[in-house]
Design a protein around this ligand. Structure first.
Ligand code: RB5
Length: 150
């Protein structure tokens, strides 16, 4: 799978672990920064990763900041993005099965590194369930058309 990955300074260490794990599992990883623990603004990274997914250059996006909140808020402003802030295996699975989320946001200050790796694995391995959920996801797209994204 082609996976775009990004973090701010707070998520840098966890993002490095995510990149390593994904490469070890044979995924095609696009690391869009941060490239050090030096302070950066999370919206810049969230937009870069989300646009990559929205353009179809990556199948999924993974974003890490301190809480995952800023990353998820920003990513959901990009047209075509359904970003889910997940904090355990249940939410990661539900984000894919029910919401067909294409971007995952996690918090390095709220979620342990080993749990982040588990969450990422589930997010990439779980299929959208479709069925009744498809009509609801369609309504998200209609909402986006009505209210606009960037
Ligand atoms: C950075 O201090 C922090 O605000 C950021 O990582 C994130 O938690 C924002 O939502």
């Amino acid at each position: 799978m082609r996976v775009a990955v990004g973090s701010d300074h707070a998520g840098y260490d966890a993002k490095q672990e995510v990149v390593q794990m994904l490469e070890e599992h044979g995924h095609e990883v696009r690391d869009m920064g941060a490239y050090s623990r030096e302070s950066v603004d999370y919206p810049d990274i969230a937009v870069a990763v989300s646009e990559c997914v929205a353009r179809g250059e990556a199948d999924r996006g993974i974003l890490v900041c301190g809480t995952g909140i800023g990353m998820s808020i920003t990513a959901n402003k990009v047209r075509g993005i359904r970003a889910a802030l997940c904090y355990d295996e249940f939410t990661a699975r539900a984000a894919r099965e029910h919401n067909d989320a294409n971007v995952l946001a996690v918090g390095s200050r709220t979620t342990a590194a080993y749990a982040i790796l588990r969450i990422v694995g589930i997010f990439l391995d779980t299929q959208f369930a479709g069925g009744r959920h498809a009509a609801r996801v369609q309504k998200i797209a209609e909402c986006e058309r009505k209210h606009g994204g960037c």
